[in-house]
Design a protein around this ligand. Sequence first.
Ligand SMILES: Cc1ncc(COP(=O)(O)O)c(C=O)c1O
Length: 415
Amino acid sequence: MSTTPIDATAHTPHIRGMSEVFTGSFTQQEPIPEDGIEAALAVLRHGRLHRYNVASGELSETALLEQEFAALTGAKYALAVASGGYAMATALRACGVKAGDKVLSNAFTLAPVPGAIASLGAEPVFVGVTENLTIDLDDLQAKTGQARVLLLSHMRGHICDMDRLMAICDAAGIVVIEDCAHTMGASYNGVASGRHGVIGCYSCQTYKHVNSGEGGFLVTDDPLLAARAVMLSGSYMLYERHLAAPSPDVFEQIKYDTPNISGRMDNLRAAILRPQLQQLDAQCAAWNVRYDTLEDGLRGTPGLQVIEREPAAHAVGSSIQFLLLDWAGDSIAEVLRRCAQRGVDLKWFGAQEPTAFTSRYDSWRYAPSTPMPASDRILSGIVDMRVPLTFSLDDCALIARIIRAEVGAVFQNQA
Ligand SMILES: Cc1ncc(COP(=O)(O)O)c(C=O)c1O
């Protein structure tokens, strides 16, 4: 990734003298690995894209992918589906959530999470966010009486104290479904993210940790939940073609009562994903070294708070956040504008109007909510940045220098 020192005064009256500018793309992911491309071509050549369309004796790419994902997460059962959002809605349905039910979930997450709840006609009950950008466990404790299911989002890879969360939920009889869209490859206390709750849901969408354009997984150890999820995803009566699903007798118990709500994975995407799963650990390590470079560069910037991780959490730094806590909105907007002028694309969860993916609990007006002042204070200060693996470590160091300089300049003017 190239970086160009320019005389920014030629373009921007706010930057004087020689300023470094970043010229890379914040949305450019790596190409699909060659063996994924080869495998995809093989599927295209034989034409059996539908997961249940197999030649005699053939195991489909999708069934093999599920088997490999189950092994990777240590789960008994895995199901590959059309998207992470579909995985969450299916998990909720499999757990018996119905129209009118309330489901606890994070106030700080992305729109597909409350959207999955709303897709069943259920209603999110939002739980606050801490300065670590994890779910507020005191608030969760206070709201346990309001729902019997928690859809817990490990938003932006920040994993809360899972021991305390599970203790709260177990004591209250709350079923935990984990949204691991940002934690595929992450773990807590050595246990894969998604394996603390009853079901873990993952996304394979382009900006996540594996890339098939669209796609998702769910994993569980519970045979009835797994069988329901397989039927829900649109297995017809072909569930015996799965390799990471329960035995047929479990399906016998639910097959007449479980609707088909098609959202299957196909063999083309599965073929693209299988080699990526093999590389997941190495990819996560590559993200983390970039994350650490960015964090090291940002730590100690006056007015800027880095996000501390739970000690037991092993996260994946595919994006980075920091807080400009208690800053005036205009000043945060000024930081974003100045960074953008130097090629650094930051997003802000506190803007008046949600843009792109930065909506908040109070933007989801289909789901009634009461104001949460402590969370609003934090949401107002969250600045967010993607870290694609196409960035070099030098890129990350440069980006951190630019943010540090611009936050510092605006902070000084504020003071
Ligand atoms: C936190 C979070 N959860 C769930 C999802 C849903 O994933 P998908 O886009 O595959 O439906 C996303 C996607 O952006 C997400 O960011």
